[in-house]
Unconditional design. Structure first.
Length: 394
């Protein structure tokens, strides 16, 4: 049990009372679910409820409950999106090693969409929760804590200042903070060149102040000593300061640590911009600088699906999806798909959402960050009633 003051226990119980009917059995396997979301919002129940409800919608969007049984990662990510499980710290946190310097960032962004990369990242997190339960030999082990190591040796200036890479990184970090709160034990950025300070400053902008205290940013020195305080040397690879090697004595531990390499061009996506612009059934929308435009869908049958796809003629656009329950006396907008900046250079952005409630569903295109340029958006959006939705075969 985690020690809590009386007011904190009361907040956790109130959050549970408000949301229990909406969380899934899979979510309840996390014994500290309600505590984590309360703690992330300093036990402000209203803020914690808003955060948890957004998380519930996010889980539906990415189909988290069935991720481990149904998701099949693309081959290019399995081979080249490098993240390796190393070991557990002395106090039980799980360590993943990411070879940032060796990763072909440009190749990843040319071969995979932002959503594909996000799903692959989520797959690791969900699989690690299962791994933690097995390690601690305790079914329902309540709290997977992460202590990732990001190795920036050989990280290029081009990667450090890549705008597409930075946008994707911010998207992933923010998604992790919003949906896996209170699961970061400590993060180490090691072997970072001086120009990586720009990258670090961008990341810090989206982190809560208490999370910033859990990050160590190192050059080539000092990190091995700190790492050995957290991890037993016999569990840590030799190239990270420990004593563990491959069976043949190789200190790089290539048998279980994945290393970066260039991604072959055969994995690159073809440019498909212009598909919707040429389609007869698409709608054109001009979003002026400093402005937003909405596409509203009125759903009249529960368990309908809304589906959308769009592309931007030039540049990028922020988009999000909201729901408003018109049956309430004072309906308020609930965020279903968090705002994210999207570039449709390689292919249209596509999405769908299961509408368990009737009401107004709104796709928001936001160009308020642009001072000069209007954005031309071509889109299709439709409501698919339950009768048209195929039932998966058993």
């Amino acid at each position: 049990m985690i020690p809590m003051e009386a007011a904190e226990k009361e907040a956790v119980e109130e959050l549970k009372r408000r949301t229990l009917s909406d969380v899934t059995p899979k979510m309840l396997e996390d014994e500290l679910l309600f505590y984590r979301f309360c703690k992330a919002r300093d036990f402000n129940v209203s803020q914690a409820e808003s955060m948890l409800r957004k998380h519930i919608s996010w889980r539906k969007e990415f189909q988290i409950d069935t991720m481990l049984s149904q998701y099949k990662p693309p081959e290019v990510l399995v081979k080249y999106a490098l993240s390796s499980f190393l070991c557990f710290t002395k106090d039980g946190a799980l360590i993943r090693y990411v070879d940032c310097g060796g990763t072909d960032l440009k190749g990843l962004l040319r071969s995979s969409s932002k959503i594909e990369l996000m799903k692959y990242f989520i797959h690791f997190v969900e699989d690690d929760a299962k791994r933690a339960i097995a390690h601690h030999n305790k079914p329902g082990f309540p709290l997977l804590m992460y202590a990732p190591i990001f190795d920036f040796r050989d990280f290029t200036y081009t990667n450090a200042t890549s705008m597409k890479g930075l946008q994707w990184l911010v998207f992933v970090v923010k998604s992790y903070m919003d949906n896996y709160p209170e699961k970061l034990k400590y993060a180490m950025f090691i072997n970072a060149p001086s120009y990586c300070t720009f990258l670090y400053s961008v990341i810090r902008q989206v982190l809560p102040s208490k999370v910033k205290q859990k990050i160590g940013f190192y050059g080539s020195d000092g990190w091995k000593q700190d790492l050995l305080e957290m991890v037993d040397a016999n569990h840590l690879p030799a190239f990270l300061g420990g004593t563990k090697t491959d069976p043949d004595g190789n200190p790089l531990c290539k048998t279980f640590v994945m290393r970066g390499q260039p991604i072959p061009e055969r994995y690159f996506r073809c440019q498909e911009r212009g598909q919707l612009a040429a389609a007869a059934d698409s709608t054109k929308l001009t979003v002026l600088p400093f402005s937003r435009e909405e596409v509203r869908l009125e759903v009249n049958e529960p368990n309908s699906h809304i589906e959308w796809e769009f592309e931007v003629k030039a540049g990028d656009i922020d988009y999000s999806v909201y729901f408003k329950d018109q049956t309430l006396e004072e309906p308020s907008q609930i965020e279903l798909v968090p705002k994210q900046r999207t570039d449709t250079y390689y292919e249209p952005e596509k999405g769908k959402f299961k509408c368990e409630k009737v009401g107004t569903y709104t796709i928001m295109f936001d160009n308020t960050y642009s001072w000069i340029h209007s954005k031309q958006v071509y889109y299709n959006a439709r409501i698919k009633p339950p009768a048209e939705i195929e039932t998966p075969s058993v």
